[in-house]
Write a protein that binds this ligand. Structure first.
Ligand code: EPU
Length: 422
């Protein structure tokens, strides 16, 4: 198991490229199950989650070639069973369910287990697929979906107690592309990753309108074809480096970003006292560390609100921002594991009912800390950048799930980090 040692105190300066989006790549890779023709997907980040997805698809019979961010995938002859050994490693593998059911009339996928960021049920995914005519059964830890006579379009409301579901919307949208008739998804997730998937599916020949709004309409087609697609930039990786630049930067430039997708994150960084400038095209941003800082009140919300996937990183920034910040996670109210580790580094944080109250301290100090999930580990790396001393972050595999070459990118910006083997 790798560890990251961060020697705190270096100033970040220079520029890096932001990778393609992990959370857009995963359902898009799964969507290639919908056709027997080859799909070419560019800018797939080389992170362990996309590797798991590729392994799952390969184990199901897909022919996959991958080189420098481009994945060529042909799902000519595939099985309807997603292997438990691979599926259990990544909750997002649930998004093979919709395309598999649509293509094969049957899908066997293991029920995802517990997750450190909170309870993550799949009731909405199943409600949607059932409305399209699938029979849902559970056996031996698996979900078995069958629709021997094909799926039929339906009106489905996907609103849950915590709002819309991103992968649930993806699953139902993918299944509905090959259903007979028209499907309307109400209370759909409007995340940019859902739009990217809809663009991919439409290029394959699907008829989807309304992606990016709360109402998506899908007119079923008989079959889909192979396609070439470039994945959108990773807004959470961009946001993480924006927070790093605000914490420890002088002038940091991030290329290959999308201004439109970063509005809520940009607003939060600016409110805390830093300056963010985009070029005219909106695909490069420069973050300038500010001189006077302010605590921020943040509430996570579905897009276009402030993303839960940037909650931990912003908490790390606010831990050393003078003033009091109040951070509420409405999507995953238990997603505060990073706070216990930040407190070991000297942060002043109190958690109560899905809300963190952060009183900014002047400086954190290094301590051995443990990554508990992907975004929590990113928060620890950020905190370590300005902490006094050398912070050792163990269980680095969490960060490798979703950040492409994070240590190399930090080194390029002048951070002093070392990856070491245990
Ligand atoms: N929910 C239900 N029932 C369901 C599905 C979801 O109640 O059937 C609840 C969840 O428990 C949660 C809320 O609905 O409270 C939203 O969850 P959602 O389904 O949108 O999450 P997801 O689709 O499983 C994706 C991202 C997550 C991100 C969430 C929220 C991918 C691969 N994952 O998960 O990303 O936190 O949306 O934006 O796209 C990450 O990248 O670190 C990550 C965890």
């Amino acid at each position: 198991m790798d560890k990251l040692i961060v020697h705190g105190g270096a100033t970040l300066r220079g520029s890096i490229n932001i990778s393609g989006s992990k959370n857009a790549s995963l359902p898009i890779l799964a969507a290639s199950l919908l056709t027997a023709e080859p799909c070419i997907i560019r800018r797939v980040p080389d992170v362990s989650d996309t590797n798991y997805m590729i392994q799952i698809l390969s184990a199901m019979g897909a022919d996959v070639e991958r080189s420098s961010g481009t994945v060529r995938i042909t799902c000519a002859d595939i099985s309807d069973v997603a292997p438990y050994e691979l599926v259990r490693r990544m909750r997002a593998s649930i998004c093979v369910m919709g395309p598999l059911l649509a293509r094969k009339g049957r899908a066997v996928v293991s029920l995802p287990g517990g997750c450190v960021i909170g309870d993550r049920p799949v009731d909405l995914h199943l409600r949607g697929l059932e409305a399209l005519g699938a029979k849902v059964e559970f056996e031996g830890g698996n979900i078995i979906l069958t629709a021997r006579d094909g799926l039929r379009g339906a009106e489905i409301d996907l609103c849950g107690t915590h709002g819309p579901t991103v992968l649930g919307t993806d699953n139902v949208m993918m299944a509905a592309t090959l259903a007979e008739g028209i499907t309307v998804i109400e209370s759909a997730a409007a995340e940019p990753e859902v739009i990217d998937l809809a663009d991919f599916l439409n290029a394959m020949g699907a008829k989807i309108t309304g992606a990016g709004t709360r109402r998506i309409v899908i007119e079923g087609v008989r079959e889909l074809r192979g396609v070439e697609h470039t994945v959108i930039p990773d807004r959470i990786e961009a946001g993480t480096f924006m927070a790093a630049a605000a914490l420890a930067g002088d002038e940091v430039k991030l290329r290959r970003v999308c201004r439109e997708h970063l509005k809520a994150i940009t607003a939060a960084i600016e409110q805390s006292g830093h300056r963010v400038e985009f070029n005219e095209a909106g695909n490069t941003c420069t973050v300038f560390r500010g001189e006077t800082f302010h605590g921020v009140d943040l509430v996570t919300a579905p897009y276009p609100g402030y993303p839960t996937d940037m909650q931990a990183q912003m908490t790390a920034l606010l831990a050393t921002t003078p003033g009091i910040s109040v951070i509420k996670d409405t999507i995953f109210p238990q997603r505060f594991m990073h706070c216990a580790e930040l407190k070991r580094m000297g942060a002043d944080i109190k958690i109560d009912h899905g809300t963190a109250v952060v009183r900014g301290v002047a400086q954190l100090s290094a301590a051995p800390v443990m990554a508990s999930d992907l975004r929590a580990s990113a928060a620890l790396v950020l905190a370590a950048l300005t902490a006094k001393g050398d912070t050792e972050i163990s269980r680095l595999y969490h960060i490798d799930r979703g950040y492409e070459h994070i240590d190399e990118k930090l080194l390029m910006l002048g951070a002093e980090v070392e990856r070491v083997k245990d």
